[in-house]
Design a protein around this ligand. Structure first.
Ligand code: GDP
Length: 299
């Protein structure tokens, strides 16, 4: 909880301060409620969600003086109600060996880092992990994955920059099966600028995986960078169409005041949110908990 609260401090101080400034000396009249809605919208919670929250806060309290703490508590409760249905842990189904996870998302969103953090956590639990360096466009991504492999003891399957991502995925599935790995995570390139190519590449990667493991991939995780704010919504739309996303990971919640975007995405897309990143260390990738998150962002 302390790491979460610390990580979300910027979002919390942005939202919390806005609420305190607004309601500490004023009645909860129509003007105040409208301004409260603006504060929530500015914190990236989305228009519809902000309206819904303000309605809850105002219900039965019109023209009353309400303390900032009480308003924050009401907001946290409403946010929690929105988040509860989407807060779902990432479950590794042991019936699948390897359990295959495809990681998608735009460049820089934190895919490779998230793979490394997950590898670290799963290795600590004693699971055997294989990583496929499928972002073959960027030499740095391949190198970064090798570093995580060395650090965590996960096997990394990589080829030189520019090689075929599907080839890497194929080799990784073969390796994972041959060595009895529990989990295979496949990194991918995230060039959303060229959607047709990206789609073709992801389709090919999936086809090659399915040839060896018909039930795979067992999870398709979209990694989103919280600092991009509202842009994250269009990334969810694009990747849901392109890649059949099964769940979300939101990173860099520590570096931004825009953590409210997660609430907007939850309300709009209802996709499971599995994990959040609140820092660079492996333990900063945390299971997403509705109550803790709601309390942490309301300030
Ligand atoms: P990729 O292109 O999607 O694979 O993105 P990377 O994994 O290379 O991440 C891009 C940058 O974001 C790196 O410098 C990471 O260290 C950083 N990063 C990833 N997740 C987090 C996070 O939760 N918090 C912070 N502060 N930085 C992160």
């Amino acid at each position: 909880w302390s790491r979460l609260a610390e990580g979300l401090a910027r979002t919390a101080s942005n939202l919390g301060q806005g609420i305190t400034d607004l309601v500490s000396k004023r009645k909860l009249d129509a003007d105040t409620l409208e301004e409260l809605e603006d504060v929530l919208i500015r914190a990236d919670l989305g228009v519809e969600t902000s309206m819904r929250i303000v309605e809850t806060v105002g219900k039965g309290r019109h023209d009353k003086m309400i303390s900032p703490e009480e308003v924050k508590r009401l907001i946290a409760e409403e946010v929690e109600r929105i988040l509860i249905p989407v807060a779902q842990p990432l479950v590794v189904d042991a019936a699948h060996k390897p359990f295959v996870v495809l990681m998608v998302g735009v460049n820089g969103s934190g895919k490779t880092t998230t793979i490394g953090k997950l590898a670290a956590q799963w290795r600590t639990e004693g699971r055997k992990v294989v990583l496929a360096a499928g972002d073959t466009f960027r030499a740095a991504a391949i190198e970064q994955l090798k570093v995580w492999g060395a650090r965590t003891g996960a096997t990394v399957i990589a080829r030189e920059q520019g090689s075929d991502a599907a080839g890497v995925a194929h080799e990784a599935v073969v390796e994972a099966r041959a060595t009895g790995a529990d989990i295979l995570m496949v990194d991918t390139a995230g060039r959303l600028q060229n959607r047709t190519e990206l789609m073709a590449e992801l389709e090919k990667v999936v086809r090659v995986i399915k040839k060896l493991e018909p039930s795979a991939p067992h999870a398709v995780l979209l990694v989103l960078d919280a600092t991009v704010g509202q842009n994250a919504l269009s990334q969810v739309e694009a990747f849901t169409r392109i890649a059949g996303v099964t769940g979300l990971v939101m990173t860099k919640l520590d570096g931004t005041a825009r953590g409210g975007i997660l609430v907007a995405i939850a309300a709009k897309h209802k996709l499971p949110v599995h994990l959040i990143g609140v820092g660079e260390a492996a333990e900063d990738l945390q299971p997403f908990a509705a109550r803790d998150f709601a309390r942490a962002i309301a300030g």
